[in-house]
Design a protein around this ligand. Structure first.
Ligand code: PEP
Length: 255
C-alpha cells in the first residue's frame, strides 16, 4: 500500500516562540494518538529561520519530519539571500516543497527553473513535494488536464526512474488555496487519477502505483476525511489549517 502523507506548509507565518509552541503542541498531540502501520508520515515545513528550532523539537527519528518551502537550484555560491538544498539537508530537512503556486506567481518560477530545483533537491538527498494546479480561468476554459500535463512534462518528467521514486506530487488547484473553496471530492479524485495516468505513461505502472499524490487547497479538519477517502488521494498539503495544532492533528488522523 502507498504511504500516506500530511505536510503542513506554514508559509511566511509565525515568530520563533509561536513556532516552538505550535510544534510542541503537535508533537504532544500526536504522541497521544493511535499510530499503526496505516499512520501517515507527517511533515512540517516552516520558513527557513525556524527550521533548526522546529527540527530540535521534532527530535531525530521522531514521527514528524522537517521540510522546507523552497530551495535554490545551485549547490552554493554568490546568490545573496538564497538557501541551497545541501544546507537544508545538513540542518535536518528531509523534504522540500517545490513549485508552489505562490512561488510560481510571485517569484516567477517556471517549469524550466523548477526542473533545475528538483535536480538540486534530489542531489542533496531531499524528497521534493512537487506542486501542480490550475487557475480558475484555466478550469473554466476546460483546459485543466492539458495544463497539468504540461506542468508535469516540463517540470518533472525529465527525472530518471530512480530520481522520480523520491518525489511526491501535490495537486493544488490555485482557486482553492487559502480561499475556503475546496475542490469537491470528485474534482480532486478526477485530477489525481489523471496525474497517476500521466506518471504511468512517463514511467511505468509501478511508479504510478507507488507515487503519493497529495491534495492541497482549503483542506481542513472538516473535509479531510472525505477527500482522503478517494482512491487516488494519498494525503494532503495543508496551509492555513496547519497553523492550528488541533486541526492539523485531526487532519493527520483522517485516514
Ligand atoms: C497551500 O498553500 O499549500 C495550501 C494548501 O493552503 P490552504 O490549505 O490554506 O488552502
Amino acid at each position: 500500500m502507498r504511504q500516506k502523507f500530511v505536510a503542513g506548509n506554514w508559509k511566511m507565518n509565525l515568530t520563533l516562540p509561536e513556532a516552538q509552541a505550535l510544534t510542541s503542541e503537535i508533537v504532544q498531540m500526536l504522541r497521544d494518538e493511535q499510530h499503526g502501520p496505516e499512520a501517515a508520515q507527517v511533515v512540517i515545513c516552516p520558513s527557513y529561520p525556524l527550521l533548526p528550532a522546529v527540527g530540535r523539537l521534532l527530535g531525530e527519528g521522531g514521527k514528524v519530519a522537517l521540510g522546507a518551502q523552497n530551495c535554490h537550484q545551485k549547490e552554493s555560491g554568490a546568490y545573496t539571500g538564497e538557501v541551497s538544498a545541501k544546507l537544508l539537508q545538513s540542518i535536518g530537512c528531509q523534504y522540500v516543497i517545490l513549485g508552489h503556486s505562490e512561488r510560481r506567481q510571485y517569484f516567477h518560477e517556471d517549469n524550466e527553473l523548477l526542473s533545475q530545483k528538483l535536480k538540486a533537491a534530489l542531489a542533496a538527498g531531499l524528497r521534493p513535494i512537487f506542486c501542480v494546479g490550475e487557475s480558475l480561468e484555466t478550469r473554466e476554459a476546460d483546459e485543466t488536464f492539458d495544463f497539468i500535463a504540461k506542468q508535469l512534462k516540463d517540470g518533472l518528467f525529465h527525472l530518471s526512474n530512480e530520481e522520480f521514486d523520491k518525489v511526491l506530487i501535490a495537486y493544488e488547484p490555485i482557486w482553492a488555496i487559502g480561499t475556503g473553496k475546496t475542490a469537491s471530492t470528485a474534482q480532486a479524485q478526477e485530477v489525481h487519477a489523471f496525474i497517476r495516468e500521466q506518471v504511468a505513461s512517463a514511467y511505468d505502472a509501478e511508479a504510478a502505483n507507488n507515487t503519493a499524490i497529495l491534495y492541497g487547497g482549503s483542506c481542513n479538519a472538516q473535509n479531510a476525511r472525505e477527500l482522503f477517502s478517494q482512491p487516488d488521494v494519498d494525503g494532503g498539503l495543508i496551509g492555513g489549517a496547519s497553523l492550528k495544532s488541533r486541526d492539523f492533528v485531526t487532519i493527520v488522523t483522517s485516514f
